[in-house]
Design a protein around this ligand. Structure first.
Ligand code: ADP
Ligand code: MG
Length: 710
């Protein structure tokens, strides 16, 4: 792209055809879940007997009865054909981090007669050629077969694409030997583990057997930029982030974007996104401007965690697709622009037992006892396994957030809020012996003081905050699947619940509260170091955390090592979430992904600097030198001082770019760390030059153009 063609902000304004607001329209008809084969649809398309069996698989988690597969397939096909689908696909989540689909037409032949066919077998298993998906050595190419297996707990849905539609069947993806090659399989395993442990713990409290539901509400942050800018940034195109770009004079300092009025162009985009999500049965609820300019958030209502993870993958896809229809690009990278906030994904996680949310304090002593027990169990779980939790959010993009002063730090800690913290302190001192403090809290006797939800919610610097009736894990990156961290949350909670149950099981009813009180007190004593209610962005906290012995691993390569440490492997194996081979393969995949992405960033930076920036700077230098010579010849003296200064600056710029580019070229043969350092040094030079080079020749769209949508 020649420099003269740089797409200017002013062009962006001219191109927008924002529809004018029209007179009040009637309340729109809600097409919620119209394209989902959900329970209601099943009931009207399936024979009663098969429907009952399928429902009990979905609701009670009983094993799927293979005899009903034919009926379900037939019903699904009927429904999908009526809705215009011609193809079906097993929709899965390989370790690439995105979703995968391979479409097959329903078309088949009965003799010469074309028919639309879809069998029980088509529904239950698929055998995509798996050889090109990352497996971290789990599956060598000569044994490339992997298979996808229907997950009946996440309903099939229809994806539309202009002139056609495809039936998508959520599936798990495994190797031929049954090892997980995807993000769904371990999630389903972890849900099973936590369900079992929750039931066991609730039984200790004398509660009847009920269904356990783990819930997730995932808030999604993203950036939008005009597509024309995007197309002129090779770095955005190839890496999802800008490897060069000087921050504009005004970005987020005035704090005028957060919750600001949403611009019409963006609102039109959001409205279309929501319409599509609703059709897919995804309960998009909240939309708002985020902190950085051009940054936004979408939050759905919470749902069962497996479904919510699938839905979050779809949300990211719909955001991207709808953006391109609006001549926008949705950037899901954790740090597309340096100097302004990056994007995360707030993982709101909770557990319900029957109708009861276990993270709800409640207002009677019995309910309080259960609440305090699960609360203490989560405190123990997170303290014991902060390293694994940290590993689940590691990745190239997130390294720019965790540890920088914007997202929660890489040190995992728990924020409880003042009131709850007070409760925990009372609990710790409330012993049978004379307590030093005047007040204490007796389990089974006292009720908790009311905990106002809003008061617990305002510390944005904590990676793991109790927010009234759920925990909000804020470290996940905006582009990451929610699966990883929920797998680990579920598993470590399962372990902590089991440890509680080990103590509480078979305790005499009359001693129960005393035993529980003692147990909670010892858990708090042992694990309260993980609780931190202050500002997580300060160096003070990092020092304090080090003193407390909390792990601080700001970089991916250090963080992911937790996955293969012996004691962690043992835990994953104990809960049937991963075996050692699976963990080693995942470690391998993360490592390779990291190294490859850093390498790509380095290559892109090198190419832009030498083939786009350097020629422009050299040109400016030559112009100055030529002018100086001509001025001398013409015996013009004025002006030559400032031109000489520019000549020096651009000349130095040429030398600096060349020098730093050479270093980067060399670093590309070395470690990721070396590449990162060399990229950084090159960036400093280029970004400084951006500020002094004539605006009309700068070859890349600038931050001040890209970050403001009109
Ligand atoms: P905030 O921005 O203040 O954190 P939002 O309303 O944007 O709050 O998001 C809160 C998220 O938490 C929503 O997705 C909401 O549905 C979810 N949530 C609420 N209750 C629960 C729960 N019991 N389990 C899981 N998620 C929940
Ligand atoms: Mg929010």
């Amino acid at each position: 792209m020649s420099t003269a063609n740089r797409f200017r902000a002013v062009n962006a304004i001219a191109e927008i055809k924002t529809p004018m607001p029209c007179a009040a329209a009637p309340v729109p008809e809600i097409h919620f879940a119209e394209d989902v084969f959900n329970i209601q649809t099943m009931k009207s398309y399936l024979p009663k007997g098969s429907c009952q069996k399928l429902l009990s698989t979905i609701r009670q988690g009983t094993p799927l009865n293979p005899e009903i597969a034919g009926d379900v397939a037939h019903a699904m096909k009927q429904w999908a054909l009526e809705r215009g689908a011609t193809h079906f696909t097993h929709w899965f989540q390989p370790l690439t981090g995105s979703t995968a689909e391979k479409h097959d037409a329903f078309l088949d032949f009965e003799g010469d007669k074309p028919i639309m066919s879809f069998s029980g077998k088509n529904l239950i298993v698929g055998e995509p050629d798996a050889s090109s998906f990352p497996s971290g050595g789990l599956r060598s190419t000569f044994e490339a077969r992997g298979y996808t297996a229907w997950d009946p707990t996440s309903p099939a849905f229809i994806k539309r694409h202009g002139n056609g539609a495809t039936l998508c069947i959520p599936t798990a993806f495994c190797s031929y030997t049954g090892e997980a090659l995807d993000k769904k399989t371990p999630l389903l395993r972890s849900i099973q583990a936590l369900s079992a442990s929750t039931k066991r713990l609730m039984k200790c409290f004398g509660l009847p057997d009920e269904k356990v539901e783990i819930t997730l509400g995932a808030e999604q942050e993203y950036f939008l930029i005009d597509r024309n800018f995007y197309l002129q940034r090779p770095d955005l195109l190839q890496t999802g982030r800008t490897v060069f770009g000087a921050p504009p004079a005004k970005h987020q300092q005035l704090e005028d974007h957060y919750f600001g009025a949403i611009r019409m162009r963006v609102l039109n985009f959001m409205t279309e996104v929501e319409k599509e999500l609703w059709t897919l049965g995804i309960p998009a609820k909240t939309r708002h401007n985020e902190v950085a300019p051009a940054q936004f958030e979408l939050a759905p209502l919470f749902e069962e965690v497996n479904l919510a993870c699938d839905h979050n993958m779809l949300i990211m896809e719909v955001l991207r697709q709808v953006a391109s229809r609006h001549n926008l690009v949705c950037l899901l990278h954790e740090k597309p622009f340096s100097g302004v906030n990056g994007s995360g994904k707030h993982n709101n996680w909770s557990i319900s037992y029957g109708k009861r949310n276990l993270f709800n304090p409640g207002d009677d002593p019995d309910q309080n006892a259960i609440f305090l027990t699960v609360l203490c169990a989560v405190i123990e779980a997170v303290d014991r396994h902060a390293d694994i939790l940290r590993a689940t959010v590691a990745g190239v993009g997130n390294d720019h957030r965790l540890g920088a002063n914007e997202a929660p730090p890489a040190v995992i800690s728990i924020y409880l809020g003042d009131q709850l913290n007070e409760v925990i302190n009372l609990l710790e001192t409330g012993s049978g012996k004379a307590s030093r403090k005047a007040s204490s809290l007796k389990i089974g006797v006292d009720t908790l003081p009311p905990l106002p939800q809003d008061a617990t919610d305002r510390n944005r610097t904590s990676p793991f905050a109790f927010t009234g009736n759920k925990f909000e894990f804020r470290a996940p990156g905006s582009s990451q699947s929610c699966s990883g961290c929920n797998v680990v949350l579920n598993m470590i909670a399962a372990e902590a619940f089991d440890r509680m149950a080990d103590v509480l099981e078979n305790v005499d009813k009359k001693d129960f509260n005393a035993v529980l009180q003692k147990q909670l007190r010892s858990v708090i004593k042992a694990h309260k170091r993980i609780i931190f209610n202050g500002d997580g962005y300060t160096d003070n906290w990092l020092n304090e955390a080090a003193r407390r012995g909390l792990p601080n691993l700001p970089m991916t390569l250090d963080a992911i090592r937790a996955l293969t440490q012996d004691e962690n492997v043992a835990l994953f194996e104990q809960y049937g979430v991963f075996n050692r081979r699976e963990l080693e393969s995942r470690y391998e995949v993360s490592l390779e992904d990291y190294q490859r992405r850093i390498h790509i960033e380095g290559e892109v930076a090198l190419e832009i600097a030498t083939s786009m920036i350097l020629p422009v700077i050299r040109n400016e230098y030559e112009k100055c030198v030529r002018t100086l010579a001509e001025a001398k010849q013409a015996e013009v003296k004025t002006g030559s001082g400032s031109i000489r200064r520019d000549a020096e600056k651009f000349g130095k710029g040429c030398d600096d770019i060349t020098g730093k580019a050479d270093l980067l070229r060399k670093a590309l043969q070395g470690t990721p760390d070396e590449i990162i350092h060399a990229m950084h040094a090159l960036r400093n030079v280029v970004d400084a030059l951006e500020k002094i080079t004539p605006d009309d020749v700068w070859p890349l769209p600038k931050y001040r153009e890209m970050l403001f949508i009109y």
